[in-house]
Design a protein. Structure first.
Length: 262
């Protein structure tokens, strides 16, 4: 890379500082970062952080109303993972680069009453942001530009989360609490390896979440034209859910980090 090109990249970056860190498992952790300058985003969007010139996009857990940006990160070892091993070495006070603009179109679709939010482990992150914003901001979401507006009290949210092990559910306590407090929120977690020792004591649903979606949605009895199904997380899960709802009247959305909403 030429010096001129390097200078242009640096000019497009700001910085952020890790203010808090929480380890969940050997390969899952949360960090909270404080941007050096104001950072605006929509619930469901992602930010791009970097260390030593290596960058990657991460969906944002926090609501735009929160002071810091919360991230839930899975460590992917080399050769597939380049940035996460570096992030895993960082502690409170460490500085990283931050692209100054959030990206992403994986946001709440306000024209639908029913929102089926399917995710695996870190794939539930955008849903946490959406729910936090919805509960804290009576003006969110803004009405859809097309079609009849949906009354805020008519929205229903169903978070379906899959993981191999129950200790990988990074926000199960929060989601369980929200489901208990609000009749318009449901949380349905499932583990795919229920017989392994690491899942001892698990009493919830069993199986890969993509194989359970159709049955769950079928029992709801919702109108497909009033329902949006979202999928974020493991690529094979997303592909399978997309296949199951291809050619139906359900709206389907998947997370695509590479598609920017310019």
């Amino acid at each position: 890379m030429t010096e001129a090109a390097s200078a242009r990249i640096k000019a497009r970056l700001t910085t952020c500082e890790i203010t808090r860190r929480e380890n969940l498992t050997h390969d899952l952790f949360k960090i909270w970062i404080k941007p050096a300058q104001p950072f605006m985003f929509k619930p469901g969007q992602y930010c791009t952080i970097g260390v030593e010139g290596i960058e990657r996009a991460y969906s944002i857990v926090s609501s735009p109303d929160e002071e810091e940006i919360e991230l839930f990160i899975e460590v992917v070892p080399p050769p597939d993972g380049n940035l996460t091993p570096l992030l895993d070495e960082l502690g409170v006070g460490a500085e990283m680069t931050l692209r100054p603009r959030a990206k992403g179109i994986f946001v709440l679709q306000p024209q639908y009453k029913h929102h089926i939010l399917v995710g695996t482990v870190t794939g539930t992150v955008p849903y946490i942001s959406i729910l936090r914003k919805f509960l804290n901001d009576p003006e969110y979401p803004a009405p859809a530009r097309d079609g009849d507006p949906v009354a805020r009290e008519d929205y229903r949210f169903h978070v379906l989360e899959g993981a191999s092990y129950m200790d990988e559910f990074g926000y199960d306590e929060e989601l369980t609490g929200l489901a208990n407090e609000h009749d318009f929120i449901e949380f349905y977690p499932s583990v795919s390896r229920p017989t392994e020792e690491r899942n001892a004591g698990w009493t919830g649903a069993e199986g890969r979440i993509n194989t359970l979606v159709e049955d769950y949605v079928g029992k709801l009895g919702v109108n497909p034209k009033e329902t949006c199904i979202y999928a974020c997380g493991h690529p094979q899960m997303i592909e399978d859910v997309a296949r199951r709802y291809a050619g139906t009247e359900f709206k389907f959305m998947e997370e695509r980090f590479w598609k920017e909403d310019d």
